[in-house]
Design a protein around this ligand. Structure first.
Ligand SMILES: *Cc1c(COP(=O)(O)O)cnc(C)c1O
Length: 639
């Protein structure tokens, strides 16, 4: 038994529970008997598991520095299979007389590798693509080959966009124009006449059903996208007048991303299916019902209707949808359509993991305070010490108020020259010991004062980590999204420190101080004590959806190194692709610097320093080498 852990050994099971890896890991992530995080694309075959620490060694041997974004191609494959098989099973079980054809919305992760892998692997299920802009359509057409898969065109469409889509139809693709605005239809009709191609038309509707969650403004009556029912009817009339009602084949809605509550999903499906049935009875051929995105990822593993979670499984999602569509359509004897969903988040979230090392720690520890204060100690400082001495779980709020009061008085006295800097520093030590003690006593209480809710983070250690929140997990900063974060190793050791995470931008928003928890949100993350000279690695998981292209160049930290990994059935890994992160010169070019001009300018500055006798010619040479190395280097902290 480890001497420092007298209450029994810390085990991998305890780590599993503490970090919730079984809840959010979806069977893909687990902990090895040696206490390291494993990734396994094949949930049922433990042979295929690989330790992330092994991959880090492999990456480092190849000369790539942290932070590194790992992309697991097999996880993408597994999620596509999982989604398609879940729909197929639900349809078979319930006797649905139609098919499922998923499409991957490119905006969720537009990286070429992702779109290539989705179309390549998705071919066996005829999994298609959804595009929301001209660039996305251009990208999609470069990757798509499967003529059975759907290509759904949402978003605003200009003439170029429409022409390209019509040519795709001519080439045999199942390409649909989804009309989002009443005005778009005229242009589609005009261009199709000119090019002599019959378009496949879909209509996006606004539902009255509303959903909870972060991103739900895109659904509901007030949504900026889609047609109201009155506009929908007008459109049907227009198509009939132009003798083109036979082009209307698809109905679409999108409630928003990450819908945590299955009830909201169900009521939207019911409403949309009713609209679908009415369009069929209006005489449109239809055949496709596109339910948009919304299938959520359980980031905190709590399986609840909390924003970062979902209160349903993928299987339940599929069977609820299939059942709702069937029940509604069977009532009016309407044929079952091909069901489309545009799930992106659930397809790619698991695929990427951000790995980084801890650079430094600011520890928060109790100060040594003598019991008897020196005779000349100020009254206010003595009062502060009395607060600490009398503190118990029964008077926490009172002690907290008093501690703040005396601390402020002491600060005032300092401002007016009545105590020295040294005395003030001493008083602040007593103050922080008091806060520490309050946090400790708070644990004994079931209900505690609201003021003390966040007190743990005030006394947490700060772990300074080699990454940028703004570049790699922008949603953590922008909308307080939670991602699972945990150490990648040492998971057989008790994590004794409570920490918040700071990134290496010098921005006070570049931090993480909210963490996943089964019942609540944690203010601190339990981490291990740093050992001198040893690297300590953390991972942020489930970052494959939306994070990569929303990231920005805050403080000029650029793209991280990216490594694509493929894991074999026997648990070997191949690094199939490496993309070097941005160099300093790269990011400077993005903001319109020219590295050549910069070198020249700096060379001239150095030359002038020679003329002024500050440096020698030899110095200049060394200085220029250092400058060039700086330009070529990785934007993150290099060892
Ligand atoms: C963003 C978006 C999606 C993706 O939805 P997720 O729930 O995040 O997978 C699907 N369809 C449309 C129209 C979108 O705008």
């Amino acid at each position: 038994m480890n001497k420092s852990e007298p209450l029994g050994r810390w085990t991998k099971e305890k780590s599993e529970e503490l970090y919730g890896i079984k809840n959010w890991g979806a069977g893909y992530f687990s902990i090895s008997d040696g206490g390291e995080v494993l990734v396994n694309p094949q949930k049922d075959n433990s042979q295929a598991a690989v330790s992330l620490m092994d991959i880090i060694s492999g990456v480092k041997e190849r000369g790539l520095d942290m932070p590194v974004l790992l992309r697991f191609e097999n996880l993408l494959d597994s999620q596509i299979s999982y989604l398609n098989n879940s729909f197929r099973r639900a349809m078979k079980k319930l006797g649905y007389r139609g098919e499922y054809r998923g499409v991957y919305p490119i905006k969720v992760n537009q990286q070429q590798q992702v779109v290539e892998e989705v179309t390549k692997f998705g071919q066996r299920y005829h999994h298609g693509l959804e595009v929301g802009s001209k660039p996305e359509l251009v990208a999609a057409l470069s990757q798509m080959q499967d003529k059975e898969a759907c290509l759904i065109c949402n978003g605003y469409k200009d003439e170029e966009f429409i022409d390209l889509g019509l040519f795709a139809v001519k080439m045999g693709f199942k390409c649909f124009f989804v009309i989002e605005m009443p005005g778009e239809l005229d242009l589609v009709i005009a261009r199709s006449k000119i090019l002599g191609v019959k378009p496949n038309i879909g209509i996006r509707i606004k539902l009255s059903a509303k959903a909870g969650g972060h991103w739900t403004e895109s659904g509901g009556d007030r949504s900026i996208f889609g047609l109201r029912v009155s506009q929908l009817i007008e459109m049907v009339d227009t198509l009939r007048e132009r003798d083109m009602l036979d082009c209307l084949k698809l109905l679409h809605y999108h409630l928003g991303s990450q819908i945590p509550n299955i009830r909201d999903i169900r009521s939207a499906v019911l409403e949309a299916t009713r609209v679908y049935a009415e369009l069929v009875s209006e005489g449109a051929p239809m055949g496709y019902l596109d339910l948009g995105g919304g299938l959520a990822v359980d980031y905190d593993g709590s399986n609840t209707n909390y924003t970062n979670s979902r209160n349903y499984s993928v299987e339940e999602y599929c069977s609820d949808i299939v059942e709702a569509v069937m029940t509604t359509l069977d009532a009016s004897s309407t044929a079952h359509p091909i069901l489309i969903t545009e799930s992106g988040r659930v397809v790619v979230a698991y695929y990427s993991v951000l790995l980084f090392n801890v650079l430094d720690v600011e520890k928060f520890e109790l100060y040594d305070i003598p019991d008897i204060l020196p005779p000349d100690t100020a009254e206010q400082v003595r009062n502060l010490q009395d607060v600490l001495k009398n503190l118990s779980h029964k008077n926490l709020q009172e002690c907290y108020n008093d501690a703040l009061y005396y601390r402020d008085e002491i600060r005032d006295m300092f401002k007016h020259g009545r105590i020295t800097l040294r005395e003030r520093a001493f008083a602040e030590k007593i103050f922080w010991n008091t806060i520490h003690q309050i946090a400790k006593e708070k644990k004994k209480l079931k209900h505690f004062p609201l003021d003390l809710e966040d007190i743990e983070s005030a006394i947490a250690d700060i772990y300074y980590c080699n990454f940028s929140v703004f570049q790699s997990i922008p949603d953590s900063w922008a909308i307080d999204q939670l991602f699972p974060i945990m150490p990648l190793h040492r998971l057989l050791e008790l994590p004794k420190r409570n920490a918040v995470i700071a990134d290496i931008t010098c921005d006070c928003d570049g931090k993480i101080d909210k963490f996943i928890d089964l019942h609540d949100v944690r203010n601190t993350l339990p981490l291990h004590e740093m050992k001198d000279g040893d690297d300590y690695y953390l991972g942020i998981f489930l970052v494959g959806a939306y994070q990569e292209t929303l990231g920005d160049l805050h403080n000029l930290f650029g793209d991280t190194n990216v490594v694509s990994v493929r894991i074999s059935d026997e648990g070997h890994y191949d690094l199939v692709r490496e993309i070097q992160g941005d160099s300093v010169a790269d990011v400077l070019t993005y903001v319109e610097y020219d590295p050549k001009v910069m070198q020249n300018n700096f060379r001239e500055t150095a030359e002038e320093a020679i003329r002024e006798g500050r440096i020698t010619v030899g110095d200049r040479r060394e200085i220029m080498v250092a400058y060039d190395n700086g330009l070529r280097g990785y934007t993150y902290f290099e060892r």
